[in-house]
Structure formats: structure tokens, C-alpha cells
Design a protein. Structure first.
Length: 955
RNA sequence: GGGCACGUAGCUCAGCGGGAGAGCACUACCUUGACAUGGUAGGGGUCACAGGUUCGAUCCCUGUCGUGCCCA
């Protein structure tokens, strides 16, 4: 029995359990051993995160693909899991410690802190998984993985060691994006450029050998800068080589104000004569461009800030090198000043001495950390880098050759642009939560990289024994006793960028580096579904790592879906706090409604601005389906065993079979092409506007009428079409369809595992295989054919007949509404001058037409009765004898309007046909079509004129 | 500054070389035996603007204006 009301919450809770208990989504089911695999790896959400709209969309689309392919008989593996999200998770836990006024991370130490994070993960790690289950995600939950699992960690270490061995990972001292709040390096991608209204300071740098005076322009050179506080680390001034103004100064020196350092004026094309004063100060240790300029001219790199962005001058040998008397005192004074406070104080001090020429308002882009939100400091440190340029080469080639394709295709350009200009990837993070880098250092700083500590230590000790730093005896002792080697060999403290482990996801989750059956069967995966915002972070890196370690692309298709934005069109993000909670929508309208909405709005290449009214509308759609199924149940509709819809005899039933097959094809093709919105609208239209609005209504007289073969067949077909609907809708609305599947009939299994209405067309490869297996006589073995179901129940005759009924009913309803005839008033219908076909058809549909068009009677006549309202239905006159009921003038006007329309159609067609160029150039079908249109319009006009004439005679 | 999108009905969006579509909202009518979370009918758009290609342009090309995003 179907409950009277559709209550999504109940159904969804129940069906989740049904699926879980039956292990419906488990990959590698024995009965599908011979099926072709279909694999998707989930973009792993942050382990401690919670479901947001982006997840909801992303996972809905993946689930549609998985459920679709599962129903098509494939062995589906949707590999789930979560990401440890280094910085994000560490921040959450640290914030928690602070809120609870517990000891800070540094106070408790690394080991205790990590315990604490694991504890937090244990507490909240299930949240996102449970939310994905609420959404209906049909992942193989038994295979859930976590990026810091033992197995995945092993993969990370192996990858690091091998890339290091191959020279593709190396340590380098260069400028990195340093986050002075989180105290870690971050990659270029984690930096966001933010437009900031700041100032441009014009500073006077005195020229060596001249007496500085603010009034004597010859005594100084003006440099323009947005960061005056870094002037303490200046080691040069650059001017453009072609800049006439400064040509004579190149090669001379300036004396750095406040500091007294003597620094050269160099010619470098980096300096833009149009910008500022045309001369720039060069601070190689605090600016990426200056770093390069400095390298070109052999300038020193002087870091004047510490890790937290405070001035660090006292005892700073680089800074103090070769400075005159008094430098130490200045250093004392400014020591420890926070960078923005320092800026203010230094500018003031410069002003005191007349070194500031002017200050202009200036808007420019300033790098910010995407997590911390603070201004990033270019900082000179040792970090680990991946040689991305080398790894990118095959990854670019694979997309060029089409081994991997992006859908929509235009994202390939974005991918290429980035990959072709890729920079070394900084992978070390000064954090604790993550995969600790497998590198150990000796007392001289020499690095030993190995998969295990034992291996690294034994290498190191061997080396130092050989170098005679320690004796063999000492080496043996240190090897055996950790305490003995403490302080001699130390492990790198840093962890890896979270995206380093994510990059391995498509194979690490399958068991690599072990040689598992899953790796063999499911790599490469079929499709990756993700948002464009992580093409660089993730997709590109999976391509690089996948190709390097597996020698094959990780996925053949990358489907890039829209971003769900907030009402202003801004990207939703946790840090901005503008997230709409999909769980609220699920609570209110149900997961099925939310899923359908997202699918229906997932048009390629367009972002989604979610409107609640749409979700409500699709909830109503679910209710509609619910009630249609109740109707079928109330009429005892059921499908007998071994029923073959193709053998249906009733026209109406042949028609619905035809329409169902047509829809099945539309839905299948749309999903195959990742056109989720087309698939959704095709099934929506079919359920509501075909099945409910017409089929069920047209079937009612038969269902409510006498018992007999027609009634039996119709009952069967109502149920059959319902079942087909449940299947076609299942990928979009899994809960309600599974529930209805279960309660509407005795079933052999779950809908999730039922077979899809249409079997897939044979692929080119399959056809080739078949051909290869065939003898050369051109025959296809009959045993092969049943694999493919080409039947579309095509029935043009049924389509024509039902089409006529629909047109007739619609025309009558329309004119009744126009003439304000109340529904309670039944009218008669006279089919005037009907052709034999119509005369044969009409009696078959008397009950239906009477019921739907509110008629008292249907009859035939040679001509329409006097004063009747005359309608044109498929070229014939249908007359409603309403003399006295309708206004003569109104009917006259209505006919005039119709004639006007026909005239316009005729004119348009004639104009085209009169155009010689059109007839000569347009496709033959188009011309023919135009002729048909003209004929049809002319016939229509003639009938209408006749009708008008009859009206006039009557009036 | 470079790149990628997008400007279609009041709103949210499909369509994309041969007569403008959906959902929501709106109007009128309807307690018809699955469903008022419903039914029936209807109003509403020089498809941003200007050129060009074409027999024909909402659709292709160019430019302008406007909006959004990405990268410097």
C-alpha cells in the first residue's frame, strides 16, 4: 500500500537503511564479474567538513552517472573517502583549543597535538560521510579511504622517495609565499590576489658623493614603492636601460637612507619608465620580481623580517654587514616592530629627514593567504619543491591527444594555459597535521631520503662512518638506539601539502603501491566530476602523478560542472560565511527534490544561482509521481510475468510504449553526453505532461469501464509505464523511486540494481569485436543481437490517432475557456465533413473526449450547424453548436483573428518561396517544408473562411 | 593588462542557422472519482546594442556597452 501522503523524510531514512543492509553499492558483485567496470573516485571532502551546495551538486551528478551505469549492468565502483586537509583541519583544532582555553599547539607539543587532531577526526569525521549518504550517494562505503590511512600514507612516501630519487623533488632556497600568521609556506595556488587601496611612496635615495638636499634634485634619485618598510633590505636601485633620465646614474651608488648601506644603481628592463618615478628600489629577499633582478645583477639578499613579519635587525649579520657607525642603535630601536607598524614608523623617520618626496594614493593587487586572510610575505627559506614542469609535459600531451577530454571542452584551454606556465610546486608546509616528509638530516645538514627511518638512518650512518665523522662502533650504537642518535640525525619537521596526497587519489585509494585487483580493474577511472576551481589544485596534479606512476591517465573524461554561487553570484566558501546549507533544503523538501533541482540546473558552462522555488517545484513533481502511482495501485494495475509491451494491441497502449521508449532514449543520450539538465527535463516532461496529463486521463474510461481484454491490457500498461518511469527517474530521485518500486509490486530485487529501459547501443569497439568474431560472410550471429535492444516501440499510427484526440480536446477546452463556458455546462460536438479515418476513430474515443472536453454528445454531419463555433482540428471542422450561448460578434472576431494568423503564415511562406535565391540555395527539405506550410495555411484559411460564411448566414 | 563566460518573458534559466521555450510568479475559471504539493485556459519577450557573413541570424563573425569569474 502506498501511503496517502508523500513524506520524503520517512522514505529517505528507510531507503538509506535498505541500501546499506543489502550492500547494493558494493563493487565487484559476483554476478557482475563479467560486466565492464565503471569507476569514479569521489573528490574527497575535508574529513572534518560538512556538506555544502558544491558538494551537493558534485555528488548528485556523480551519483546520477553511477546509478545510471549500475542499472545498465556495469560493475560500478564509486570510491569514497575523505581528505585530511592539512591547514584547514589544523586551524579548526587550534581554534578549538583557544576557545576552550586549553594549552596551545606549541605548548602541548607535536605528539600530543596530533593525538588531539586524530581525536577530533574520530569525533567529526563521519559527519560529511553521513551527509553524503543523506543525499543518496551510492558509493561503495565499504571501501571508504582517508588520505592519512596507513595504505595511502605508504603511497605518499613511496611517491616522494621515487620522485626525489629521480630528481623531480628537490630542496631549494628561494622566495616562497610565506604566511606570517600560520607560519608556513604555501603554494602559489593558495595565494589570492586582492585589490587593496594603498599608497605609492616616492623616496629620495641620496647619490653617493653628493651632499643630500631635498631641494637639489641632482643630489638624489627618486624611487617609488608600495612597501617602504622593506627598504631596510634594499640592495640596489634599478632603472630601465633606455631611460634617458637615469642613464648617467647607472653604475653609480646610492646611500640607503636611515641604514647607510651603499647600494648600486643598475640598468634592468624590469623597471618600467612609465610607472612611478621610473626607478625602483630592489629588495631581493622580499619581492619576487626583485629576487630575479637581484640574481641578474648579483645583488645581496637581505632578509629584514622574521617568520611572523616583524623587523629582525639586531644580530642580523646580513643586515648589519658593512654598515657604518650608528647602525646598531637604529637596529635596536626598530627591532621587533610588526611590519605594518614598521611601515608607518619608517615613513615618519624618512619624512623627518626629507627623504619622502610625495605620497600618492595607489590601488594595487596584494597577495593574501586563502586560509589565513593575511598579507603574504615573500620570504627566503629552504623548502621542498616538485619539478612540475617536467611532470606537466606528459600531462599536457595526454589532453592534447584526447586520451583525457574535458567536458565542456573549453576548460582544456584553461588547463593548457596553466600547465604550460607551471612553476615549481612548493610542497613543504610548516605544519604538524599531514604526511611528515621522509627526509632525515645529518649534523652537516646533508639530507637522506628513504621510505623508512631505518633505511634513512642506515644510509646516513654509513655515510658518516665513511667520512670518518663517527667511528664504526658509534655508528652501530646509533643504529640500534634511537636515543644515541638523537641530535645527530634528525627528521625533517615539515609535512607535505595536502594536495600532494590528493594527487595520488585515483590509484592510492585502489590499493597502490600494492598490486591489487582493484588497481587492475578500476584504473584508469572513467570520469572525474569536479568544479573548475580545483582544476589546478587537483585535476592537473592527478594527471601528472597518474601518468608518472601508472603510465596511464587517471581518467578518460573530466566533467567540469558549474559552481553553485550565492545570490550575488559570489563563490560560496566557508571563510566568507555565505554558504547555503543543502541540509536545510533536504529537511524541507527532501533529498530527491534537491537532487533533481541541481541536475535540472546543471547546464554545461553556466553557474548555478539556486532558487528555492525550483526545489519546491520539484518536490511537487515528486508528489505528482507519488499520486500517479497511487492511482495505478487503486486501479489494480500490475505487470504480469513475461509481459511484452511491444505486443500491446490497444492504440493508447501502443502510444504510451512509443512515448516511453522515446523518453528512455532521450534520457539515456543526455546522461551519456553529461547533459544532466536535458535528461532531467525529458523525464520531467514525460512523467507530468505525457503520462499524468494524457495517458492516465485517456486510460480512465477504460480502467473504470467494463472488464475485458482492453481493460486488462491497459491496467498492465499503466503499471508497465510506471515501472519504466521509476527506472528512468531513479538516478535523479533515488529515494522516492526505490520506495515506490518496493511498494507497488512484488519485486525480485532493488530498483537500484534493476535494468535500465534501454540497453546501450553497441560501441564501435564492440561492433569491431563482433565483426572480428564473425566469419567473413557478413552475417551477424543471432546470439549477439539480444545484447542490444533497438526496439523503440515506434508506432506512427498510434501517434497520429492519440495526437488527434489530444488536439481535439485541447482545441475544445481552449475555445470553451475563451467563450467563458463554465465547466458545468456540457456542449455537443459535431464533426463536420469528417474523413473516413476520423469517422472510424471518433467512436473509439467518445468516452474520453466527452469526459475531458465536457461534452454531452458527439455526432457527425456534412456541414457545421448554423451559428456553431467552428474549430479546425488537423484540417477538419469540429463544431460546437452554441447558438445563443456565444456572442455572434465575439465568434466573428475570433474567426477573423484565426484567419489573420493563417494569412500571415501564407504571406511569410510565399515571400520565401518567391525569393529565387531561397529556392536556389536553401536545402531541398527546407524549401519543401515551406511549400507544405503554405499549403496547410491556405487550406486552413479556406476552412476558416467557410466557417465565417456559415456564421454570417446564421447571424 | 591577458584569458574565459554571460547579457533571451517580472524572476531563475534552457535553446543556438530556417516561424521564440520551461519552471516559478501573474490573471481567469475549477472542491471532475491519484493529486489544491492539484486541474484547465491565458497574458507576457524589436532574444543588450551596432555592423558584417548568409537566400535567411536570437543562434556564426567583428565591434560597443554591461555583468561575472580566472590569471598577472
Amino acid at each position: 500500500m502506498i501511503e496517502k501522503n508523500y513524506q520524503p523524510a520517512d522514505i529517505e531514512a528507510r531507503m538509506s537503511l535498505v541500501w546499506e543492509d543489502s550492500r547494493a553499492f558494493k563493487a565487484g558483485r559476483p554476478d557482475r564479474r563479467d560486466a565492464s567496470p565503471f569507476t569514479i573516485v569521489i573528490p574527497p571532502p575535508n574529513v572534518t567538513g560538512s556538506l555544502h551546495m558544491g558538494h551537493a551538486l558534485n555528488n548528485t551528478l556523480q551519483d546520477i552517472l553511477c546509478r545510471f551505469e549500475r542499472m545498465r549492468g556495469r560493475d560500478v565502483l564509486w570510491q569514497p573517502g575523505t581528505d585530511h586537509a592539512g591547514i584547514a583541519t589544523q586551524m579548526v583544532v587550534e581554534r578549538q583549543l583557544m576557545e576552550r582555553q586549553q594549552p596551545s599547539r606549541r605548548e602541548m607539543g607535536r605528539e600530543k597535538f596530533l593525538e588531539r587532531v586524530w581525536q577530533w577526526k574520530a569525533e567529526s569525521g563521519d559527519t560529511i560521510i553521513n551527509q553524503l549518504k543523506r543525499l543518496g550517494a551510492s558509493c561503495d562505503w565499504s571501501r571508504e579511504r582517508f588520505t592519512m590511512d596507513e595504505g595511502l600514507s605508504r603511497a605518499v612516501v613511496k611517491v616522494f622517495v621515487e620522485l626525489h630519487r629521480d630528481g623531480l623533488i628537490y630542496k631549494d632556497k628561494r622566495l616562497v609565499n610565506w604566511d606570517p600568521k600560520l607560519l608556513t609556506a604555501i603554494s602559489d595556488l593558495e595565494v589570492q590576489q586582492v585589490e587593496v587601496k594603498g599608497s605609492l611612496w616616492y623616496l629620495r635615495y641620496p647619490i653617493e658623493g653628493k651632499t643630500f638636499s631635498p631641494d637639489d634634485p641632482a643630489s638624489f634619485i627618486v624611487v617609488a614603492t608600495t612597501r617602504p618598510e622593506t627598504m631596510l633590505g634594499d640592495t640596489g636601485v634599478a632603472v630601465h636601460p633606455d631611460d634617458e633620465r637615469y642613464r648617467k646614474l647607472v653604475g653609480k651608488h646610492v646611500i640607503l637612507p636611515l641604514v647607510g648601506r651603499k647600494i648600486p644603481i643598475v640598468a634592468d628592463e624590469y623597471s618600467d619608465p612609465e610607472k612611478g618615478s621610473g626607478a625602483v628600489k630592489v629588495t631581493p629577499a622580499h619581492d619576487f620580481n626583485d629576487f630575479d633582478v637581484g640574481k641578474r645583477h648579483g645583488l645581496r639578499q637581505i632578509s629584514v623580517l622574521d617568520r611572523e613579519g616583524r623587523l629582525d635587525l639586531v644580530g642580523n649579520e646580513d643586515y648589519l654587514h658593512a654598515l657604518p657607525e650608528g647602525a646598531a642603535q637604529f637596529a635596536e630601536e626598530f627591532q621587533g616592530a610588526e611590519r605594518f607598524a614598521a611601515r608607518k614608523r619608517i615613513v615618519e623617520r624618512l619624512q623627518d629627514f626629507g627623504f619622502v618626496e610625495r605620497i600618492e594614493p595607489h590601488t594595487h593587487m596584494v597577495p593574501h593567504g586563502d586560509r589565513s586572510g593575511v598579507v603574504i610575505e615573500p620570504y627566503l627559506t629552504d623548502q621542498w619543491y616538485v619539478d612540475a614542469k617536467t611532470l606537466a609535459r606528459p600531462a599536457i600531451a595526454a589532453v592534447r591527444s584526447g586520451e583525457t577530454t574535458f567536458v565542456p571542452k573549453n576548460w582544456e584551454k584553461t588547463y593548457f594555459d596553466w600547465m604550460e606556465n607551471i612553476q615549481p610546486w612548493c610542497i613543504s608546509r610548516q605544519l604538524w597535521w599531514g604526511h611528515q616528509i621522509p627526509a632525515w638530516y645529518g649534523p652537516d645538514g646533508k639530507v637522506f631520503v628513504a621510505e623508512t627511518e631505518e633505511e634513512a638512518v642506515s644510509h646516513a650512518l654509513g655515510y658518516y662512518v665513511e667520512q670518518e665523522v663517527i667511528t664504526e662502533e658509534q655508528g652501530r650504537e646509533m643504529a640500534l638506539d634511537r636515543g644515541k642518535r638523537e641530535g645527530f640525525i634528525t627528521r625533517d619537521e615539515d609535512v607535505l601539502d595536502t594536495w600532494f596526497s590528493s594527487a595520488l587519489w585515483p590509484f592510492s585509494t585502489l590499493g597502490w603501491p600494492d598490486d591489487t585487483p582493484e588497481v587492475k580493474r578500476h584504473y584508469p577511472t572513467d570520469v572525474l566530476v569536479t568544479g573548475f576551481d580545483i582544476i589546478f589544485f587537483w585535476v592537473a596534479r592527478m594527471m601528472m602523478m597518474g601518468l608518472h606512476f601508472m603510465k596511464e591517465v587517471p581518467f578518460s573524461t573530466v566533467y567540469i560542472h558549474a559552481l553553485v554561487r550565492d545570490e550575488k553570484g559570489a563563490k560560496m566558501s566557508k571563510s566568507k560565511g555565505n554558504v547555503i546549507d543543502p541540509l536545510n533544503l533536504i529537511d524541507e523538501y527532501g533529498a530527491d527534490a534537491l537532487r533533481f533541482t541541481l541536475a535540472a540546473m546543471a547546464a554545461q558552462g553556466r553557474d548555478i544561482k539556486l532558487a528555492t522555488s525550483r526545489v519546491e517545484g520539484y518536490r511537487n513533481f515528486a508528489t505528482k509521481l507519488w499520486n500517479a502511482c497511487r492511482f495505478a495501485e487503486m486501479n489494480n494495475c500490475a505487470v504480469p510475468e513475461n509481459f511484452e509491451p511491444a505486443k500491446a494491441k490497444e492504440t493508447l497502449n501502443r502510444w504510451i510504449a512509443h512515448e516511453t521508449a522515446h523518453t528512455a532514449r532521450e534520457v539515456s543520450e543526455a546522461i551519456e553526453a553529461y547533459r544532466f539538465n536535458d535528461a532531467a527535463s525529458a523525464i520531467y516532461r514525460f512523467v507530468w505532461n505525457v503520462y499524468c496529463d494524457w495517458y492516465v486521463e485517456l486510460a480512465k474510461p477504460v480502467l473504470l469501464g467494463e472488464d475485458g481484454p482492453a481493460r486488462a491490457e491497459t491496467r498492465t500498461m499503466v503499471a508497465w509505464a510506471r515501472d519504466e518511469i521509476l527506472k528512468l527517474l531513479h538516478p535523479f530521485m533515488p529515494f522516492i523511486t526505490e520506495e515506490l518500486w518496493e511498494v507497488t509490486a512484488k519485486r525480485e530485487g532493488l530498483l537500484a540494481l534493476a535494468s535500465w529501459p534501454l540497453k546501450p547501443e553497441p560501441t564501435a569497439e564492440q561492433l569491431a569485436m563482433i565483426a572480428a568474431a564473425m566469419p567473413n560472410d557478413g552475417f551477424i550471429a543471432p546470439v549477439v543481437l539480444p545484447m542490444f535492444d533497438h526496439s523503440d516501440f515506434s508506432d506512427p499510427a498510434a501517434e497520429a490517432e492519440i495526437g488527434w484526440v489530444i488536439d481535439l480536446v485541447t482545441a475544445i477546452r481552449s475555445v470553451r475557456a475563451e467563450m467563458n463556458i463554465p465547466p458545468a455546462t456540457l456542449t455537443a460536438l459535431v464533426l463536420a465533413g469528417a474523413a473516413a479515418e476520423t469517422k472510424a476513430r471518433a467512436p473509439r474515443w467518445t468516452d474520453v473526449i466527452k469526459r475531458m472536453a465536457r461534452l454531452s454528445d458527439i455526432s457527425f454531419a456534412e456541414r457545421a450547424p448554423d451559428g456553431a463555433v467552428q474549430l479546425l482540428v488537423r484540417g477538419e471542422v469540429a463544431a460546437l453548436p452554441l447558438k445563443g450561448v456565444v456572442d455572434f460578434a465575439a465568434e466573428h472576431a475570433r474567426l477573423d483573428k484565426e484567419i489573420g494568423k493563417a494569412d500571415a503564415d501564407i504571406k511569410r511562406a510565399e515571400a520565401k518561396l518567391a525569393n529565387e535565391k531561397f529556392v536556389a540555395n536553401a536545402a531541398e527539405e527546407v524549401v519543401e517544408e515551406e511549400r507544405e506550410k503554405r499549403e496547410a495555411a491556405m487550406a486552413r484559411k479556406a476552412k476558416l473562411l467557410e466557417a465565417l460564411e456559415r456564421l454570417k448566414q446564421a447571424g
